[in-house]
Design a protein around this ligand. Structure first.
Ligand code: ACM
Length: 384
């Protein structure tokens, strides 16, 4: 009987390659949500069955596996991708086959597809707040360091623009390293930083190489009190890789940190650890990967179908109580209203939350309100 058939969904997160650690956390966030939904009776009695492949952090493999999920496995909805290069490889596939991709990673913005739902932060939900915090706390001269692909180029361009709105603000250096950079690959960059003397560093280094940048920084004798690193991609996962001592004192801007002090977040973390243990460090990408599956299941309960044309009207405008707070998919741009936060890494491998918004911030992926000051009124310092 058709209405008791399982609902197959595609899951494309890399378990190997340069972003294996952060993507494994997204995979486990996804499986956690699927398990919860199935345990509570599935989608109108139908079990969700994940069909998962390892795209090995390679854009070409993402595109091939998305095609396989759609044409051989017959899935209608795919959850996946971390690097923007991999999302851009999957978009033409879901567009060609009229399928839907849920993307749970912060990214550079300036994109829209009818076939995507974006649940990670757009630049107005993380970069704007980080630029304001770093320039007002440390000074306006920024040095940009990134991995060599599209997200870092674009995110660095946005950061340079934002900083230039601050009096005296300027980009004083910009360097890129390979995605698989070793500690040694950062030696030249750090020598240049020592020379140029920026007020802060903005890191768009991603994935498993992140630990090597922070280690090389520490080994070179820099002090986070004087020249901190600010980032959007250094999460609890990368900190677990480098160790709390190396990360302590640096800053990350994200809508979710494990340390959020709410009943809902604590209960969610406890349930996750019961089922999945301690091997994965929950983080902003994990959280978005988790809540977006619940948004999908709720929409499919209402629409009765996983067909994109039936699902989309139920998804647009949908909200859910996520661990970060109540989030909502905005119908005008398919991105999600989220809660910007600034965290400072501490020696325990966690973030001390220094600022957070009281209300969810509407996603503005094209940075129409492209200004440093706009969000500061909504940011409230957290009493510690
Ligand atoms: C990213 O590539 N969107 C982190």
């Amino acid at each position: 009987m058709a209405h008791t058939d399982p609902v197959k969904v595609g899951v494309l997160y890399s378990e190997t390659g340069v972003t294996s650690s952060i993507e494994s956390s997204q995979l486990f966030g996804t499986l956690f949500a699927i398990e919860q939904i199935n345990h509570a009776g599935g989608i109108n009695g139908r079990e969700i069955v994940p069909v998962r492949y390892d795209p090995r952090s390679e854009p070409r493999v993402y595109s091939q596996l998305a095609e396989r999920l759609i044409t051989s496995d017959n899935v209608k909805v795919i959850f996946g991708c971390y690097m923007s290069s991999t999302r851009k490889a999957v978009i033409p596939v879901v567009e060609r086959w009229n399928r839907l991709l849920f993307y749970s990673t912060l990214y550079e913005g300036f994109e829209f597809s009818e076939h995507l739902i974006y649940t990670g932060a757009a630049p107005n939900q993380n970069s704007v707040q980080l630029a304001e915090f770093m320039t007002s706390s440390f000074g306006p001269r920024v040095y940009l360091v990134g991995s060599d692909y599209i997200y870092p180029y674009e995110s660095n361009r946005i950061m340079a623009d934002l900083v230039s709105q601050h009096p005296g603000g300027e980009k004083v250096g910009e360097r890129y390293v390979p995605l698989n950079a070793s500690e040694e690959d950062f030696a030249d960059v750090l020598a240049d930083i020592r020379n140029v003397k920026p007020d802060f560093i903005f890191s768009t280094v991603v994935g498993n190489a992140t630990q090597n940048f922070y280690r090389a920084y520490a080994r070179a004798g820099f002090d986070p009190d004087k020249l901190p690193i600010g980032s959007l991609t250094t999460t609890e996962v990368e900190i677990a890789q480098m160790g709390g001592e190396i990360a302590a004192g640096h800053y990350t801007s994200a809508p979710y940190f494990q340390s959020i002090d709410s009943d809902l977040n604590r209960a969610c973390l406890a349930r996750f650890r019961e089922g999945f243990g301690e091997q994965i460090a929950p983080n902003a990408c994990w959280e978005a990967a988790y809540f977006q599956v619940h948004l999908f299941a709720n929409a499919m309960r209402a629409s009765g179908s996983d067909d994109i044309d039936a699902l989309m009207p139920a998804l647009l405008g949908a909200s859910i109580d996520a661990p970060q707070g109540q989030v909502r998919i905005e119908p005008s741009n398919h991105h999600t209203s989220l809660y910007p936060r600034i965290g400072q890494a501490n020696a325990n491998g966690q973030f001390t939350i220094l600022r957070e918004t009281r209300n969810a911030v509407y996603p503005d992926p094209y940075l129409v309100a492209h200004s440093l000051g706009d969000w500061t009124l909504r940011m409230t310092p957290v009493e510690n």
